[in-house]
Ligand binder design. Structure first.
Ligand SMILES: Nc1ncnc2c1ncn2[C@@H]1O[C@H](COP(=O)(O)OP(=O)(O)OP(=O)(O)O)[C@@H](O)[C@H]1O
Ligand SMILES: [Mg+2]
Length: 528
């Protein structure tokens, strides 16, 4: 490998990162990262929550200044002082939290800050015509129509929002597109479409750097993989040369306890003594057209999984139970008594809580410390004599959760916005547990959570039901549902299409395959 010895860029090298370090007060986010990206390759970036993936991406996109180290594009050292510098070099970044303006149209978002104008020197009125002509050649490839360009971005789902970012990249001749966890908000079939889009970009000679926590997504798509651990690059490998087990080992290093957790099979919770009392019952609950006659029961000590494709009504079901949306038919019973849940407050009083799907909008108080974020829904529990907040107790409870969930942070007093995405999600789960509910609805609970921490979340769910709680787990990841659920309901077009039971021993791969196939066929079959 002559180019490695001489430090000369290889003919196909597009980007090189050398010894990049980033310090924050009290935290070393990056302590010497190297990365090289070839022209026209899909390069995955892996690492545990807090390993430094997003920080590296922020450096490459010009939103964060490194403490030291350098970045080279096509062999030339570059300075990325602001996002515009990166854009001008052909680097487009799609951040972990999408940053489009929902009220602006697709076209306005694509050209935001770089509008094409009429008149001399491009100072005149916006030239909508020129802007739409510029993207004309690519929109159809990515499933958008001319009319879509004039609709507000907020009307579209997560996949289209990614597509808008991709078209934006193409409109400005990007050479490198960086995607930070693009698939965590997507349903199964949307992920597959996004993968097609990624391949299409590669065919155009564009390089991609892509962050994911799902190792199953890598094979057949990604060319090479770089693994970060504790702010450092530990390895770069060809995808064909490493197994998922190798990658996990690289990510967690010698932390054998985490490895042990991953290797461990399903841990069926100790169930409370029978008879198990029913906690929640839905009879023919409707909210047309998204929910059509849904009936189900959940008992204390039970974990009910909910599967289904995007738009099948899973989140709508959760919102109806929680009183976030009004139902227009059927009834809801708690402990066998019919109840009216008109507002999440009503649900909360009945002991029903939810870990929401979108932590950014529903989950966190960004500028507050972790302890406030943990206790905010139930301040009474940390108040002395019901009046004064007991700061020590607040800190102590939060510290327990930090340990239990392996939250990577400087401490309970840290502002939550400084945590990595996956670590914020863990705090959202902690808050929910802290309210001491009887039923928790988990909507995609491990979105953005790394492999080792996933096992911790599953353990927490199991422990919660072992104490008599009831859990409803909505997930797009079938393996996750097989792992945690006692029963799995499959939803389709707003109704229950069927129920399956996973094999609870958890070591029978054939049984798991069989149940997954059942779930997929129930989810997909069209209603007569
Ligand atoms: N603005 C900031 N101030 C202080 N610390 C920060 C800041 N941004 C990131 N960090 C810290 O830097 C470390 C790396 O965070 P980063 O977001 O890069 O992780 P990540 O690999 O993207 O994790 P995840 O998989 O959870 O998204 C974490 O310990 C995080 O708390
Ligand atoms: Mg991140």
């Amino acid at each position: 490998m002559p180019d490695r010895d001489t430090q000369e860029p290889g003919p196909q090298e597009l980007l090189r990162v050398e010894g990049v370090v980033k310090h924050y007060p009290g935290v070393v986010a990056l302590s010497g990262v190297s990365l090289d990206v070839r022209a026209g390759e899909i390069h995955a970036l892996l690492g545990e929550n807090g390993a430094g993936k997003s920080t590296l991406i922020n450096v490459l996109s010009g939103t964060t200044q490194p403490t030291s180290g350098q970045v080279l594009v096509a062999g030339e050292p570059v300075q990325l002082r602001r996002p515009r510098d990166a854009q001008d070099l052909g680097i487009t970044t799609i951040h972990q939290e999408l940053s489009l303006a929902p009220e602006l149209t697709v076209l306005q978002n694509i050209f935001l800050g770089r509008e094409l104008r009429r008149g001399p020197f491009g100072r005149g009125l916006l030239d909508e015509h020129a802007m739409s002509a510029r993207v004309q050649g690519v929109i159809a490839d990515f499933g958008l129509t001319e009319r879509d360009l004039r609709r507000p971005v907020g009307e579209f789902g997560a996949l289209t929002q990614h597509v808008v970012e991709i078209i934006k990249a193409l409109a400005f001749d990007a050479r490198l597109v960086i995607l930070d966890e693009p698939t965590s908000g997507l349903a199964e079939e949307e992920r597959v479409m996004l993968f097609d889009h990624m391949r299409r970009l590669r065919e155009r000679g564009i390089s991609l750097v892509w962050v994911t926590h799902r190792l199953d997504e890598l094979y057949g798509l990604v060319d090479r993989i770089t693994v970060l651990r504790d702010g450092r690059t530990v390895a770069t490998t060809d995808t064909t040369e490493s197994t998922p087990a190798d990658l996990v080992r690289l990510m967690v290093g010698r932390k054998t306890t985490s490895l042990g957790v991953i290797a461990e099979g399903r841990t069926p919770a100790e169930r409370p003594a029978d008879p198990r009392a029913e906690v929640l019952r839905l009879e023919n609950v409707s909210r047309r057209p998204v929910l059509r006659g849904v009936s189900l029961t959940i008992a204390g000590g039970e974990i009910l999984g909910v599967a289904g494709v995007a738009g099948a009504g899973r989140t709508e079901l959760a919102r109806a139970i929680l009183g976030a949306d009004r139902i227009d038919g059927g009834r809801i019973l708690v402990d066998g008594e019919p109840v009216r849940i008109r507002h999440p407050r009503d649900a909360y009083r009945l002991g029903i809580a939810m870990v929401p799907e979108e932590r950014k909008t529903l989950g966190i108080l960004a500028d507050f410390p972790l302890d406030k974020n943990t206790t905010v829904s139930r301040l009474g529990k940390v108040a002395r004599l019901g009046l004064m907040l007991d700061r020590r107790r607040e800190r102590a409870v939060t510290r327990d959760y930090i340990d239990e969930l392996g939250v990577r942070t400087t401490g309970a007093g840290e502002r939550i916005r400084n945590l990595s995405g996956g670590n914020q999600q863990k705090i959202v789960i902690a808050r929910c547990l802290f309210t001491g509910p009887r039923l928790i609805i988990f909507d995609e609970p491990t979105q953005g959570i790394d492999v080792a921490a996933k096992a911790e979340v599953y353990r927490l769910i199991h422990r919660f039901v072992a104490g008599g709680g009831a859990a409803l787990v909505i997930s797009s990841e079938i393996p996750e549902l097989l792992h945690v659920s006692d029963r799995i309901l499959v939803m389709r077009e707003g109704a229950i299409a069927g129920e399956v039971r996973p094999d609870l021993r958890g070591d029978d791969l054939e049984a798991d395959e069989r149940v997954s196939a059942e779930i997929m066929s129930l989810a997909a079959r069209s209603v007569a």
